[in-house]
Design a protein around this ligand. Structure first.
Ligand SMILES: [Zn+2]
Length: 248
């Protein structure tokens, strides 16, 4: 399984970086989140992104905004005979209705349904996307909530936190995974209701989870990290292998 960091920026872009987008490749190609700038970055690799599925953690703009230009490109180019595909678009519960409402303002209500094969995941129930088994767990994120994804090809497993405050469920999400891609937006814990993690809180969840490797992301450049942490950057490619498990 290969993870490519397409965009690693937080809710405002770091210089030269784009917002949340993580491409997981294995049995198929699965894009986790699609924030502003992600579509252009994908198009640097191929004329139009060939992904089997896109999965969205929550509907804050930095995690889905480039689905809007994706729709316009897919529909116009398809009209000109190009094969832009119809990726599955996996949304949070009730996400289809919400995107239809937003579509009414951004274009027309059915715009997302015309460009994507819309699906909604159920919290805690594994679903198949791009050949991976994916589980979405609900996580605290201010008042709207968000989801983390656990993605496996049956061999290696990646957990992606999306945006989250501290939660026992975050530890559950990352339990024993080979790579834990975790946000660390803050440099210190914030008061309730929390929406993000500090690097110390991310590390605490990582240590409790028994995951093999921690990769921090969604970090403002104004908050530099101690060099002992591994920080994602746009373009980073990680080959995720099943970690050797000792103790037997
Ligand atoms: Zn975010």
């Amino acid at each position: 399984m290969r993870l490519t960091v397409i965009g690693s920026s937080p809710a405002w872009p770091n210089p030269g970086s784009v917002q949340s987008g993580y491409l997981v490749e294995g049995p198929g190609r699965l894009l986790l989140d699609c924030g502003p700038g992600v579509l252009g970055r994908l198009r640097e690799q191929e004329g139009w992104p060939r992904v089997d599925a896109v999965a969205i953690t929550h509907l804050h703009l930095d995690h889905w905004g480039d689905l809007v230009p994706w729709v316009w490109g897919a529909l116009h180019l398809r009209g000109e005979g190009a094969d832009t595909g119809t990726p599955e678009l996996w949304l949070p519960p009730r996400g289809g209705d919400r995107l239809a409402t937003l579509g009414g303002f951004l274009g027309y209500p059915g715009m997302f349904a015309d460009a994507f094969d819309l699906r909604e995941y159920a919290e805690g129930e594994p679903f198949q996307a791009a050949g991976f088994a994916v589980t979405a767990l609900p996580l605290p994120h201010y008042t709207i909530g968000s989801h983390g994804f656990r993605v496996t090809d049956g061999r290696a497993t990646v957990a992606y936190s999306g945006d989250t405050g501290p939660s026992d469920r975050l530890v559950e999400l990352a339990r024993g995974v080979d790579l834990f891609l975790c946000e660390a937006t803050l440099d210190e814990a914030e008061p309730a209701p929390p929406g993000h993690l500090s690097e110390a809180q991310a590390e605490e969840a990582f240590l409790a989870s028994g995951a093999a490797r921690l990769l921090l992301t969604h970090r403002p450049c104004e908050r530099p990290l101690d060099s002992r942490y591994e920080l994602a950057h746009d373009g980073l490619v990680v080959e995720v292998e099943p970690a050797a498990r000792g103790g037997r």
